[in-house]
Design a protein around this ligand. Structure first.
Ligand SMILES: *[C@@H]1O[C@H](CO)[C@@H](O)[C@H](O)[C@H]1NC(C)=O
Ligand SMILES: *[C@@H]1O[C@H](CO)[C@@H](O)[C@H](O)[C@H]1NC(C)=O
Ligand SMILES: *[C@@H]1O[C@H](CO)[C@@H](O)[C@H](O)[C@H]1NC(C)=O
Length: 420
């Protein structure tokens, strides 16, 4: 009799378990269907694989804005536009590009962007802000490329923004930019970077340029000012070409003034490592963010694609899986001798003025460190993502603000008070 009772109890328990599992599965299925419906059946929404075929349809971009800051020097406008296009086409997020450029490039940039539907603001950078903070030697990289320093002034460009993404122009994004934006910047940290010794893409990659994985590769530890900071020379460095910042913290910690302080100090005392090539903005950031930053997912900053031998370093599968590719180093993907340039070509939007790419990389001081620059190659002029002329655009999606003449002056940044 007890055996039979036990059997009955077991049977009842089994039936209950079965019902619970069935119920949960139905709930999951329900959630799944709900998500599918809310995310993908909004009228006009385009699935990524449909973009090539249905370029008439628009992605409806709603929700909070994701601000992305990118710089656009005249000779590299094509880089910025291509990077932006890769971000836009791989995400349904409400991305707004804040393009920092020099006054001389505004007309060219506007003409180019008028061929696209990317939501953007153009911010004019006045190199006067760097007076006294960089070397006056016109042969130095810093004098030639003032826009490199734009990343130091993010709260000036975006005074009302809290979280922001900064990207160098020599990147291609293959993932949904929202994922990068969702990187957690820990409380008390002003930014998240990718460290040089942890990431999949590091490991002694920069040839003939000292040890560029750690602080010693960027700063002159023989100088008193650096010694006094008590930083460990073998601390892992990070790459400031891709970062996510919390500008509220940035302002509270006066990050911009701190960076300016170290720029001025370097202009007088030459504190940076002699082996520094073109990563001129890295040393002050290493000092200011020493052991005081969050990390970004290594797949969101796969770098060194512009370094000699990059083509053998990464497998095509790895490169395909990367969420963000960065061609830091000498060989740029719009130039002739770069690895993986076919990936870059996919996102290129031809220059309506025909000026890009420049016939030959203009000689800049960084070339002292490298062999003769490659001639630019012929970039395919009709990639899939090209915007067809006469294509109907929803003009409400296009926003352009030009901030000219003088920069906003606001509390806490008395140094940003240029004459108008
Ligand atoms: C900016 O460029 C425009 C034309 O491109 C020129 O008319 C204007 O004077 C420039 N402004 C400054 C401050 O250089
Ligand atoms: C940014 O930093 C401020 C000040 O620490 C904090 O209150 C805020 O929650 C942070 N925001 C984000 C998005 O992490
Ligand atoms: C930042 O600067 C303001 C004004 O110059 C100053 O009052 C404040 O103490 C500074 N904060 C830090 C953390 O240095």
């Amino acid at each position: 009799m007890t055996v039979r009772r036990v059997n009955v109890v077991i049977l009842v328990l089994l039936v209950i378990a079965f019902l619970i599992i069935l119920h949960r599965n139905l709930l999951n299925l329900n959630d799944f269907l709900k998500q599918e419906n809310s995310a993908d059946t909004v009228p006009g929404m385009v699935l990524p694989f449909e973009i090539d075929f249905l370029s008439d349809h628009k992605v409806i971009r709603t929700g909070d804005e994701i601000p992305v800051v990118i710089t656009a020097p005249e000779e590299r406008l094509g880089a910025a536009v291509t990077a932006m296009n890769s971000i836009y086409r791989n995400s349904k997020a409400n991305v707004v590009f804040n393009i920092v450029t020099l006054n001389e490039s505004v007309v060219h940039l506007r003409t180019w962007l008028s061929k696209t539907d990317m939501k953007h603001k153009i911010i004019i950078f006045d190199p006067k802000i760097l007076t006294g903070k960089i070397s006056n030697d016109p042969q130095k990289v810093e004098a030639v490329k003032p826009l490199n320093f734009a990343r130091f002034f993010l709260p000036v460009f975006l005074p009302d923004t809290e979280k922001v993404i900064y990207l160098d122009d020599d990147v291609i994004v293959q993932g949904d930019i929202r994922e990068l934006f969702d990187t957690s910047v820990k409380l008390g940290h002003a930014a998240a970077f990718s460290e040089d010794c942890d990431s999949a893409s590091s490991k002694g990659i920069v040839r003939g340029a000292g040890n560029q994985n750690s602080y010693i590769g960027f700063l002159d530890f023989k100088k008193e000012a650096i010694k006094k900071l008590g930083m460990r020379a073998n601390t892992c460095s990070f790459n400031p070409g891709v970062f996510v910042a919390n500008l509220t913290e940035w302002k509270q910690q006066n990050i911009t003034s701190q960076l300016e302080f170290w720029m001025e100090r370097n202009a007088k005392e030459d504190l940076y490592s002699k082996t520094l090539a073109d990563s001129i903005t890295t040393p002050p950031m290493l000092i200011v963010f020493y052991k005081h930053h969050s990390d970004i997912d290594p797949m969101w900053h796969v770098r060194h694609l512009g370094v000699t031998g990059a083509g053998n370093r990464y497998s095509p599968q790895f490169v395909k899986a990367a969420k963000l590719l960065h061609w830091n180093g000498h060989y740029k993907p719009w130039g002739r001798a770069s690895s993986f340039s076919d990936i870059w070509d996919k996102w290129y939007i031809p220059d309506p003025t025909g000026r890009f790419p420049p016939a030959e990389d203009s000689g800049s001081p960084e070339d002292l460190w490298h062999p003769k620059p490659p001639l630019s190659r012929q970039i395919p002029q009709s990639p899939a993502q090209e915007f067809k002329p006469g294509h109907a655009r929803d003009s409400s999606q296009i926003q352009e603000y030009i901030i000219v003449k003088c920069w906003p002056h606001y509390a806490g940044y008395p140094f940003v008070n240029l004459p108008c």
